[in-house]
Design a protein around this ligand. Sequence first.
Ligand SMILES: NC(=O)c1ccc[n+]([C@@H]2O[C@H](COP(=O)([O-])OP(=O)(O)OC[C@H]3O[C@@H](n4cnc5c(N)ncnc54)[C@H](O)[C@@H]3O)[C@@H](O)[C@H]2O)c1
Length: 299
Amino acid sequence: MIPIDLKGKLALVAGVGDDRGFAWYISKALAAAGARLVFATHPRLVNVVGNILERDLDKESRQLPFGAGELKVERVLPCDVSYDTMADVDEKTLNDKRFSKHGDYSIQGMANTIAKDFGGGVDIFVHSIAFSPEIKNKAIDTSRKAYLTALSVSSFSLTAMLKALQPFMEHRPDGASAIALSYLGGDRVVPHYGGGMSTAKAALQIDAKQLASNLGPKNIRVNIISAGPYASRAASAIGDIDEMVRHSAACSPLPRGITPEEVGNTAAFLCSPLAAAITGHVLYVDCGYNVMGVFPKVE
Ligand SMILES: NC(=O)c1ccc[n+]([C@@H]2O[C@H](COP(=O)([O-])OP(=O)(O)OC[C@H]3O[C@@H](n4cnc5c(N)ncnc54)[C@H](O)[C@@H]3O)[C@@H](O)[C@H]2O)c1
């Protein structure tokens, strides 16, 4: 039997906002393989996530796959990936109590805590973050401001976070691994995937390749999972997610929708030594939808 053994590895997972998103399922798969977990969560969601990790009501959600017990997370760190340091934070956010109660919620603040409280060693980094204030707008109707926000939060943040984490990820005993989440809308036109998000995913994918090249000599691998559509909280904001799920289930070589568990398992593989020679890769976890040129007629 070939095991995926991540015992003793520290995984920093950015983008857990509830128990529905991909980051939650990736965390559970990593934990089932033995990894220790720290979350970097948007400051406004730190309490929500803290509750899900503790409440009896959510015990079922915390059950790990493969009978591996219950999800335990060592810390939920506040991190708004719009800000490299607190000097970048605008006045309105600085005065917002939902943010200020957390102290330093910048990328650098999060990295400082990792250095101080976790001995500064990070083996796995997961980036599962995307946002556009105009996700429902077609590309032609997207404002410059929303377009740049989508790129800043959904794409540049991968570069910014890896830059901050690089000192803790370089030359780890078995190498370190970073993964980020993309979508086919970064390669091809998906109607309604606007608001700058398709551009953000295209940028994320080429950034991951650049970063794989930049960080490879330090034995840090960087890969992308391009997942099929799934009705998470963020995806539900797009509006027609159910139709997207239905269409891809009907048209994929494997004629069904994906599950978030399948994304979690792929992440565990990519972060493990079994994938030691894989970097700069975009791995589609979409039941094969991306290979189709002409789609069957959908009833
Ligand atoms: N759901 C899909 O159909 C689908 C398909 C392919 C790829 N993806 C990608 O998967 C990733 C996770 O999305 P999801 O669908 O699981 O939804 P989700 O809502 O669970 O995750 C998105 C996360 O981004 C976080 N976020 C947004 N702005 C932030 C900021 N400024 N600072 C810190 N965190 C911020 C949110 O708090 C949330 O936790 C995203 O990159 C998304 O584009 C989703």
